[in-house]
Design a protein around this ligand. Structure first.
Ligand code: ATP
Ligand code: MG
Ligand code: FE
Length: 333
């Protein structure tokens, strides 16, 4: 099958063509990072306008690069949600227009399903499995028994992991997006500051990062009050380690509790070098088959949406022209 993927949930305009759910023929990503950086975060109205300007061009580029004609496509898969509603709408409108004009079936994809299926583009998923999804808006442990089936084992009760990275980076005066900045700084420091880990109830697979963020803020304010200088690299390393300790430990617990052999890492924070190394080490000790997407598939892209959409296509789960963007779309159906 040939599936065109379209992704506009946040600040990446992306279109991709994927063959049989596994082979990326093209994956064009136009990032707006430079536009939003000076505002210190994504400005929804600006993001929507950018998507409008780029969408058609990016789709054409994806088809051209894949050497595929519109008429050859079996389905058009688009991110339906969650995300910024104005941004999602641009992709959904483009997909609907294309589907209407060509009669090619339309498929609505959950953005987080996409992040999980990024791993499928490297090597087919092996069920049952557990996925740790860590992104700008999500931190969840998900159990999958088969394609298109998602069960929550745990989730964040407040901030998402990526959100925590971005907020702490902001407190430290680092540019947006903060995750990669903290990652880079952390490699130059050591985790010498004492910061809390939120383990929650002993059997809980949920997460909480807002207390950690507050502790970092207090630490910075205290130092400023005493006119002491903070070692930025050490603070970055300390914060990152506090996040990673909980992410790694709870992922291993989830895998054991679910009795599976495979753990997938997904979402933008899977680009974190510390997380990749520490999770890999731990999984090797525990003999868990860990899958981590290559860096270019960690953050938002349309190939992962096309991959997830392909399995909805195989099950005949089509949308119609009443498909609407849903900023709060649930992964569990
Ligand atoms: P969601 O997928 O939940 O809708 P999103 O699409 O905005 O949110 P992604 O694009 O998947 O999120 O990931 C972006 C997030 O990943 C940002 O919070 C960013 O700081 C974080 N991130 C990217 N690279 C790194 C890194 N190396 N270390 C830590 N965090 C990182
Ligand atoms: Mg993004
Ligand atoms: Fe994302």
């Amino acid at each position: 099958s040939l599936v065109l993927g379209i992704e506009t949930s946040c600040d990446e305009t992306s279109a991709a063509v994927v063959l049989n759910g596994t082979d990326v023929l093209s994956n064009i990503i136009s990032s707006q990072m430079d536009v939003h950086r000076r505002f210190g975060g994504v400005v929804p109205e600006v993001a929507s306008r950018r998507h409008v300007e780029r969408m058609t061009l990016i789709i054409e580029e994806a088809l051209t690069k894949a050497n595929v004609d519109l008429s050859e496509l079996d389905a058009i898969a688009v991110t339906q949600g969650p995300g910024l509603v104005g941004a999602l709408l641009i992709g959904v409108a483009a997909a609907k227009a294309l589907s209407f004009a060509t009669s090619i079936p339309l498929i609505g994809v959950h953005h987080i399903a996409g992040h999980i299926y990024a791993n499928h583009l490297v090597k087919p998923l092996q069920f049952p499995l557990v996925a740790l999804v860590v992104s700008g808006g999500h931190t969840e442990l998900i159990y999958m028994e088969k394609h298109n089936h998602f069960v929550h084992l745990g989730r964040t009760r407040d901030d998402a992991a990526g959100e925590a990275f971005d907020k702490v980076a902001r407190l430290m005066g680092l540019p947006y997006p903060g995750g990669p900045q903290i990652d880079r700084l952390a490699t130059q420091g050591s985790p010498s500051y004492d910061l809390p880990r939120a383990w929650l109830e002993s059997d809980s697979l949920d997460f909480s990062f807002s207390g950690l963020k507050s502790s970092v803020m207090q630490l910075i304010q205290k130092a400023e009050g005493r006119n002491e200088k903070i070692n930025e690299a050490d603070l970055a390393a300390s914060f990152q380690q506090a996040v990673l300790d909980v992410l790694v430990e709870k992922s291993i617990r989830a895998v054991k509790k679910a009795g599976v052999k495979q753990l997938l890492l997904a979402g933008g924070v899977s680009a974190n070098s510390g997380l990749r190394v520490q999770l890999a080490n731990r999984c090797e000790q525990e003999r868990i088959d860990l899958r981590i997407p290559p860096l270019e598939l960690c953050t938002d892209n349309a190939a992962m949406i096309a991959a997830a959409g392909t399995y909805l296509f195989y099950e005949g789960k089509f949308a119609n022209l009443s498909l609407n963007a849903d900023p709060n779309l649930s992964l569990i159906n």
